[in-house]
Design a protein around this ligand. Structure first.
Ligand code: UGA
Length: 431
């Protein structure tokens, strides 16, 4: 099939490349010419393991094109995929201006019947708005499909090529076969429903996963007080198929461009129809508090933060990405600086992005975990990068000024800590 994908962010670029990989002819569109230039050189504007190889392969095979000419891409396609951003407005609501603009541009460019498929995360009812916008800009016929995306940053290609399920929301049931044919190259677990339910499935899924994380973080906080070990508790809970073991890793809370944005948006969606989503409000509150747990542990172990130096391992909101959007590290570093600490920052790939956001004379930028630790009064691990798991802990204790390791992601096992000489704090586990 011939597809145009509008927007080359995570969702658009990865979906476009994966549709091309499965034999479709795909034209990816972005208004930012410098992104298009990079992509045409098979350089990815986003960090995602494996993506550049797939871009190169599909460019070479002639199945993938990148352009800033939206109208041309729309005219040459049967299906137009909307994958532009829906960032948060100040009140938590999703900002729909980009998607509405994209819909208007698509409408103006149409030269015949098209299927318009939304992959951006959009509040319930948005596809109907998109339909209205399109209808205002074209008299040609079209259909609307909601196909929310469930990929995770860092494993986006694998998630897209091998998804757990695909959700398709449509109001014209005549499209079912075309949509199933397009998607069944990825999986046969395709759930077709109405548009509003498809839109809601996306928000409800992210909100549920965020709820699991806040739930286990609260259990962790209680474990600390009653002397239980949250990793054992999560293992034991996860063995129940009804609960499942994933997303029960306690730590310093969730970050990223999705969970914080989508939980707040769903609270707003509910509020707009006079429903207070009490549970989800608590999930968000617990997540905010959890970030500061690490600061309390530092205070507890060092007595005070003014004048101390703290090595920070990991700035990205999770491993295998350079994304620092809503990363817990942002608030933690800021709080430490405000308290008068010197922070020595290291991340394998997110340093540049962090530098763009945060700058202060109390920050020292380091080129290795060891440099961040050397002479410091404590090290805090904020992102569970593989690199940190391999650090020699005996050597770490010897280069620290005070041998304090605060493990915000429960990366190290008791056996590794024993005999290392480290004063070790983690989340929800006995010290
Ligand atoms: C999330 C969802 O997992 C995807 O299914 C969804 O498509 C995506 O949002 C989106 O809406 O676009 P992502 O934000 O890339 O994906 O990252 P996750 O792997 O879900 O992690 C989110 C955050 O939760 C990270 O900060 C991670 O450290 C944290 N987390 C995750 C935990 O603290 N504990 C866990 O057990 C799992």
């Amino acid at each position: 099939m011939k597809l145009a994908v509008i927007g080359t962010g995570y969702v658009g670029l990865v979906s476009g490349v994966c549709f091309a990989q499965k034999g479709n002819e795909v034209i990816c569109v972005d208004l930012e010419q410098h992104k298009i230039d990079m992509l045409n050189r098979a350089e990815s504007p986003i960090y995602e393991p494996g993506i550049e190889e797939l871009i190169a392969l599909n460019l070479e095979a002639g199945r993938l094109e990148f352009t800033s000419d939206l109208a041309d891409a729309v005219r040459r396609s049967d299906i137009v995929i909307l994958a532009v951003g829906t960032p948060s407005l100040a009140n938590g609501e999703a900002n729909l201006s980009y998607i509405e603009q994209a819909a208007a541009d698509v409408g103006k460019a149409m030269n015949g019947y098209k299927i318009i498929m939304t992959k951006s995360t959009v509040p319930v009812g948005t596809n109907e708005k998109i339909k209205d916008v399109l209808a205002r800009h074209t008299s040609l016929s079209f259909d609307i499909v909601s196909a929310p995306e469930f990929l995770r940053e860092g494993s986006a290609i694998n998630d897209t090529l091998h998804p757990d399920r695909i959700i398709i929301g449509l109001d014209n049931t005549g499209l079912r076969e075309t949509m199933v044919t397009l998607h069944q190259v990825f999986t046969d677990k395709i759930y077709v429903t109405d548009i509003r339910s498809a839109e809601m499935i996306k928000y409800a899924s992210n909100a549920f996963l965020a709820t699991k994380i806040s739930f286990i973080n609260e259990i962790a906080n209680i474990c600390e007080k009653v002397g239980a070990d949250v990793t054992c508790v999560a293992d034991g809970m996860g063995m129940d198929k009804r609960i499942g073991s994933s997303f029960l890793q306690a730590g310093i809370g969730y970050g990223g461009s999705c969970f914080p944005k989508d939980t707040n948006a769903l609270i707003q969606i509910a509020g707009n129809v006079d429903y207070e989503f009490k549970l989800l409000k608590s999930v968000v509150e617990v997540n905010t508090d959890q970030r500061f747990m690490i600061v309390s542990k530092l205070r507890e172990s060092l007595g005070q933060l003014n004048g101390v130096s703290i090595g920070i391992w990991g700035l990205a909101f999770k491993p295998n990405t350079d994304d620092i959007r809503e990363a817990p590290a942002l608030e933690i570093v800021e709080t430490l600086i405000q308290a008068g600490a010197i922070v020595k920052l290291y991340d394998p790939i997110a340093m540049d992005k962090f530098k763009e956001r945060v700058d202060h004379p109390n920050i020292m930028w380091c080129s290795s975990p060891q440099q961040a630790a050397e002479g410091s009064d404590a090290v805090c691990l904020l992102t569970d990068w593989e690199e940190f798991k391999k650090v020699d802990l005996v050597q770490l204790a010897s280069i620290l000024h005070k041998p304090v390791l605060i493990d915000g992601r429960n990366v190290f096992a008791e056996e590794q800590i024993q005999g290392s000489g480290l004063e070790y704090y983690s989340v929800g586990r006995p010290r």
